[in-house]
Write a protein that binds this ligand. Sequence first.
Ligand code: BES
Ligand code: MN
Ligand code: ZN
Length: 497
Amino acid sequence: MADLKLDFSAFTASERGVLVAFCDETGKFGAQTRRILGDSAVFAERAISAERFKGKLGSTLELIAPPGLRASRLILVGSGKPKDLKTKDYLKLGGIAVGKIPSAASEGMIVAELPTGAVKPEDAAEIALGAKLRAYKFDRYKTKKKDDEDTRSSLKLTISVANAPAAKKAWTQRAGLADGVVFARDLINEPANVLYPEEFAKRATTLRKLGVRVEVLDVADMTKLGMGALLGVGQGSRRDSRMVVMHWNGGKRGEKPISFIGKGVCFDTGGISIKPAAGMEDMKGDMGGAACVVGLMQALASRKAKVNVIGAIGIVENMPDGNAQRPGDIVKSMSGQTIEIINTDAEGRLVLCDVLHYINTKYTPKFMINLATLTGAIIVALGQEYAGMFSNDDKLCDRLTKAGNETGERVWRMPLGPEYDKMIDSKFADMKNTGGRYGGSITAAQFLQRFVGKTPWVHLDIAGTALGSPQTDINKSWSSGWGVRLLDQLVADHYEG
Ligand code: BES
Ligand code: MN
Ligand code: ZN
């Protein structure tokens, strides 16, 4: 793990290692940056014009052994037009800076100043968050390193700012968010022989040290509750199913909680309706929704968010077996509604429907937002850039859309309606678990909607965004930890205090 040790210092601190400085589209530096660069400022300006470096947001120019500096290299990062910079741009700048620090370097310093002046403490913290997320690596199972691979064990990164104490304080608010995203990424990257339901539940209990109350329900508990849908999915596995309910009570006493619910299929073979072999290994990430919920609880508890929150995850393994459920089987959900299993590979909705019903009836939350790597069809529809959003509540959708644009974890609303709903009516039971070839993501959402009553509800289909993630400036890992930042932002914007 390329560990990143972060610190903030005043502009007066002396530079060392690799120095990162920002310049705008006119090739200008801030006054403090110029002072720190000293003699090498002129050298940098010559390089900028020789290279015709335009300072576009995120573009870089590297100078080796800059004269008059102790630093081994100077990396110029374009800030674009400073006044246009949004939160997510600072995040990106932090990621780019770390990406440009060579693996041989053990120390680096980012001068967090723009030509227009100092970077605000919150924005400096955002740079730090981008740096942390970019530095993330999941390499715990690699016992050997190739010659050209990252040899440093840790990078000490200093961010120089105008007001170091203020930036540090802003960072303490953000550090838990970084930990939450990393926690989610780790859970998703873990293979299913290591992370099976019981182990997943155990890792969720580590949140107790942050003051989160964590309940773990086992098969006997869920049998008593009548969770036939969830239990049916897990019955073919050697690994017992679990449900974990996490409570963070940072809000007013007695105030209704908000709630987040995640699909946690530790491995999805498809069951008896078995999946083709190609790419099946990706189904170790079919618990991405649950991982996001756990990461979010970590983030909220770390910054002592002033809100009452419930996070609930259904954790199972979907396997073919002599005891596995069959197509044609009819199961009874906790809500009392019966379900005909048409395809055992449509298992996520079966897990979620019991958790949604349980949370809704036991806690009457203000809203329920569920996350699930639910359908391949959403990847066909939206690719890997947007998660599909299905909802019975326009206001909640607007808030999520806004939080998505702020954080870069974007959502796109998809339709629901009675015409789609009737596609899951069954000949033998109250409903069937698939609706045929057309509109596969929508009929999956219609299925979930039958379990949420009148409670404001959003279903986010994250099959495209949670795993096999495109490489970005803030993520080089297979899993993105998608949703932790989005939902943390939603809570911060609307549900605290
Ligand atoms: N876990 C899959 C969906 C998925 C696909 C997630 C690709 C991530 C990447 C889900 O359980 C599934 O198998 N869905 C089926 C539903 C179908 C049988 C109605 C699908 O999408 O094909
Ligand atoms: Mn499946
Ligand atoms: Zn699945």
